[in-house]
Design a protein around this ligand. Structure first.
Ligand SMILES: [Zn+2]
Ligand SMILES: [Zn+2]
Length: 360
């Protein structure tokens, strides 16, 4: 099969022939229908996070089941599925206490002694996030996918596989935004726009979008933001305080920077909660105002929207079909696998909400 292989930090990906193994007992082989290009892919491409190379990136995908392992009964060939990097074992303490996103993941990946899932002429290629979706096929554990209805296009289902679930889930599951509350979202890419949509689904009265790129703020309004702040024109925290008369109940950071993470905390009203969604680079430390804790201000991380993806993703599809969740508007470019490097450049230049690779 064809896949886009990353061999070195910063070096353009190349589409090459790659061998994909047959499914193990609990694995599923999927024909990729579509894959979003997520900002997290770029972090590894740019070397902000380390990964063993060569690697096939991509982790936001949907497709059709082609073959299943001997012990798989959940899906059969022909089923439509969304993949999720939050593969869960189903029997560890985290899974059993209702937080499968934090699964200890002992036996859902192949061990060193087993053959690699992906290889080229006998050399192993790293599978990214247990998925590797910049490829015509994916080989994943049965607990890394959810079966979904078959009347929604793959390019929209793919978005639910990471960005939408991460943003919506941060508002609905991690922060549990309350009806009537005031929310600020810093960073209006695919995840930030999804956090805005999540806050609105939760009943937030006011959702303030913050970004320094004008067309992203325009999109934020279209996705339901009630107010927008251009971060390039002055002190964001001061303007949030003026706008809200003291600060917001919930803030979401969807960029992954020290400065904006600190702003997310500083813009809270007393008792407010800041949720960090963005991937803050390894080694970066965040500085917070100590006395704020006496006013019960909180800051927390959110992993993939604290998802229980087999429950959440089918619900998000229903929200979409009811007209309560925008997905089409999020796809700004449909591209072919060969155009993957252009998609990375677009993210670097803040051009798009989402490029989606479609496969035939
Ligand atoms: Zn992602
Ligand atoms: Zn587990």
């Amino acid at each position: 099969m064809k896949a886009a292989v990353l061999r070195e930090v910063g070096r353009p990906l190349e589409v090459e022939d790659v061998q994909i193994d047959n499914p193990g007992p609990r694995e599923v082989l999927i024909r990729t229908g579509a894959s979003g290009v997520c900002h997290s892919d770029l972090h590894f491409y740019e070397g902000k996070y380390a990964i063993q190379m060569p690697v096939i990136m991509g982790h936001e995908a949907a497709g059709t089941v082609e073959a299943v392992g001997s012990q798989v009964s959940y899906v059969k060939p022909g089923d439509h599925v969304i993949t999720c990097l939050s593969v869960f074992c189903g029997h560890c303490e985290r899974c059993l206490s209702g937080r499968p996103v934090l699964c200890d993941r002992t036996d859902v990946v192949r061990s060193e002694s087993e053959p690699p899932k992906l290889s080229q002429g006998g050399t192993a290629i790293t599978q990214f996030a247990n998925i590797s979706s910049f490829a015509e096929q994916m080989l994943v554990h049965e607990h890394a996918l959810v079966k979904v209805r078959e009347d929604v296009p793959f390019e929209l289902l793919a978005l639910i596989g990471c960005g939408v679930t991460t943003g919506l889930g941060a508002a609905l599951n991690t922060a549990k935004v309350e009806p009537g509350s005031t929310v600020a979202v810093i960073g209006c890419g695919g995840v930030g726009l999804s956090a805005i949509q999540g806050a609105i689904l939760a009943g937030a009265l006011r959702v303030i979008a913050i970004d320094s790129v004008e067309n992203k703020l325009t999109m934020a309004r279209e996705f339901g933001a009630t107010d927008v702040i251009d971060a390039s024109s002055g002190d964001v925290v001061r303007r949030i305080r003026e706008l809200t008369g003291g600060g917001v109940d919930y803030s979401f950071e969807a960029i992954g920077l020290k400065e904006t993470a600190e702003q997310a905390f500083d813009m809270l009203r007393n008792g407010g909660t800041a949720t960090i969604i963005g991937m803050i680079p390894q080694g970066v430390k965040i500085e917070l105002d100590g006395p704020s804790f006496l006013r019960e201000k909180r800051i927390q991380g959110s992993s993939m929207g604290s998802n229980r993806f087999r429950v959440d993703m089918p619900r998000y599809i229903e929200f979409y079909l009811q007209g309560r969740l925008k997905l089409e508007e999020m796809v700004t470019k449909r591209i072919k696998l060969e155009d993957i490097n252009t998609a990375f450049e677009d993210i670097q230049q803040a051009n798009v909400a989402r490029s989606v690779i479609t496969f035939n």
